[in-house]
Design a protein around this ligand. Structure first.
Ligand code: SF4
Length: 178
């Protein structure tokens, strides 16, 4: 079994189909203290619940809205890419720890699907955690399936977020328009 960290419902569609096409069994893991504010957090959870039902995908949920923890962890690292590096690290670390506990064969993340993330940084953090926790990080460049996943999400009428997740990215969304 591969433990798949899932950042949101739309981003899960392509990696899930890809891993299944390769004959791999998957368990999802939702852990994203970086999503703010609370209503946005709930909307993304609901979108993933819908995906889980459609895909018959088991998900381990970490539903607590841990805003304070995220802010503490990114304190004095508000600028990108430092902030994102910390954000990837804390989510992937939790996934690696759970994967070890569950005796999974590997762990990975749907973050590898987004062309808007620091892809190489995610891969490098995954590899760093692989050697630290002695569990393989499954790497694949899923950016090739970004459009396919997004189109499918639209067909399923899934909620599509307009910013990455944290309150800083919500601000950047508006500033980048001006
Ligand atoms: S922009 Fe996205 S990846 Fe970067 S810190 Fe915010 S939520 Fe995390």
């Amino acid at each position: 079994m591969i433990l798949l960290h899932i950042c949101c419902g739309p981003c899960a569609l392509y990696p899930v189909s890809c891993l299944r096409q390769r004959g791999l069994s998957i368990k999802g893991f939702f852990y994203n203290p970086n999503i703010h504010p609370y209503q946005e957090y709930q909307m993304r959870i609901q979108a993933l619940e819908k995906v889980a039902q459609i895909e018959t995908l088991e998900i381990i949920w970490h539903r607590e809205y841990d805003l304070e923890y995220f802010l503490e962890e990114t304190l004095f690292r508000w600028q990108k890419p430092k902030r994102c590096e910390r954000c990837y690290y804390l989510r992937l670390k939790k996934c690696a720890e759970l994967a070890v506990k569950l005796r999974a064969e590997a762990f990975t993340t749907t973050l590898l699907q987004s062309p808007f993330q620091y892809h190489e940084l995610i891969r490098d953090i995954g590899k760093e955690l692989e050697s630290r926790y002695k569990i393989p990080f499954y790497y694949e460049d899923w950016r090739v399936g970004y459009k396919e996943g997004k189109n499918r999400a639209k067909t399923l009428a899934l909620y599509l977020q307009r910013y990455c997740g944290c309150i800083f990215s919500e601000k950047e969304r508006y500033l980048s328009r001006s």
